[in-house]
Design a protein around this ligand. Sequence first.
Ligand code: 57M
Length: 359
Amino acid sequence: MIYHLLYPLHTTFAVFNVFRYVTFRSIYASLTAFMICFLLGPWMIRRLSMMQVGQYVRDDGPKEHLKKAGTPTMGGILIISAVVGSTLLWTDLTNRFVWIALLSMVGFGLIGFADDYLMQVKKRSLGLTARQKLLAQFLLALGVALLAYWVPDFSTKVSVPFFKRFTPDPGWAYIPFAALVIVGASNAVNLTDGLDGLAIGPVTIAAGTYMIFAYVAGHARIAEYLQITPVAGCSEIAVYCAALAGAGVGFLWFNAYPAQIFMGDVGSLSMGASLGTVAVITKQEILLVLVGGLFVIEALSVIAQVGYFKMTKGRRIFRMAPLHHHFELKGWPEPKVIVRFWIIAAALALISMSTLKLR
Ligand code: 57M
C-alpha cells in the first residue's frame, strides 16, 4: 500500500523514487514486521493466557519439558499477522507471486489453526488426525503449485544446485513435485519446533537466504551474470522474505529461552510452507534441502528412528527423535542444543549461498 500510495508521488517529489527499490522496501518490510511482533507480542501473550490457550505437554518426553506446561501457544497468529501486514504495506500488490506466497502462508496457517484449536478445545486430544492434516496440506499445496504454474512464462525446469546446465524439465509433473516441496518443508519445520526458538531461528535464516535468491532471480542482468534461472517479477518475493525474516526475529524476542509463547501448528506449518513456496517461486526448489538443512536433518532423524524401531521391533538409533530430544536426553542444556542447531543452520545457509558461484 505504501508502495502504491507514495511511489507515484515521485513525479512531483524526487525523494519518493526510493520506494521503487526492492532493497529499500525489503529493509522497511523487515523492520515493520519486527515492530508488529514486538508491539503486539505482549498483548497477544496476555490474550492467549486469558483464553487459556496453554500448551499441553506430553509426559513421555524429556522431563525438563513438564515445566513448560501452560505456556501460551498459537503464537503463529502473531507471525502471520506481521508478515501479511508488512507485505501488504511494502510490496507491489499487482505482483501475482506475492499473493501466491500469502495464500500459501495463510492457508497452511489455517490448517495448523484447526489442529491447535481442536487440541485446545478438546484439551488432551492430539488435534487433527495425521491423515486429515496431510490430505489438507497436499490439496492446498497442489493449489499453490498450480497457481505458480499458471503465471505466464513460469518455467517448470528444476534447478539443481552446483550444476548450471543440468535443469531437468518434468513438465506438468512439476506441479506435484512443487506440492511435495511445500508439504515436506511444512512438516519438517513442524517436527523441528520442539525447543524454544529452535524452529524460528533457522526459519529466519532461511528466509534471509531466500531473500537474496529472490532478488537475484528477479534481476535479469544479475541472474544472467550468475547463470541462475531468471524469474520475472520474483524480486517482490525478496520483500516478502524480508518481512518473514523480520517477523521471525520479532517472534524470537518472546520465543527465546525461556519462551513466553510457542508458535503452535498455526506457526510451524505456515512457516515451513512459506519457505517451500518461496523455494518454488524462486526456482531454487532442491536448494531448500540445503538452505533448510537443519529441518531435513530433524525429519531424517525421525524417519530413521521410526524405521529402525519398526524393523528391530523396539530398538532405537537415538535416545529419542526428533534429534533435539536426543541431545537433551544426553544432558545438554536446552539453550546449548538450540544455539548449536542455529549455528548449523547458519553454516548451511552460507554453503547454499556459495552455490551462486560454485556451479
Ligand atoms: C509436534 N510438538 C512439540 C508447540 C509447538 C513422528 C513423531 C516424531 C512426531 C513428533 C511430533 O509430534 N512432532 C510435531 C512437536 C511440542 O510443541 C508444540 O507443538 C508446536 C509445533 N507443532 O509450537 O505448540 C512441545 O515442544 C516443546 N516446545 C518448546 N519450545 C517451543 O518453542 O519447548 C515447542 C516449541 C511443547 C514443548 O514441550 O509441548 C513436541 O515435541 O511435542 N513426536 C515427537 O516429537 C515425540 N517423539 C517421539 O515420540 N519419538 C519416538 C519415535 C519412535 C517416533 C522415539 O524417539 O522413541 C516427542 N515429543 C514429546 N514427547 N513431546 C517424544 C515425546
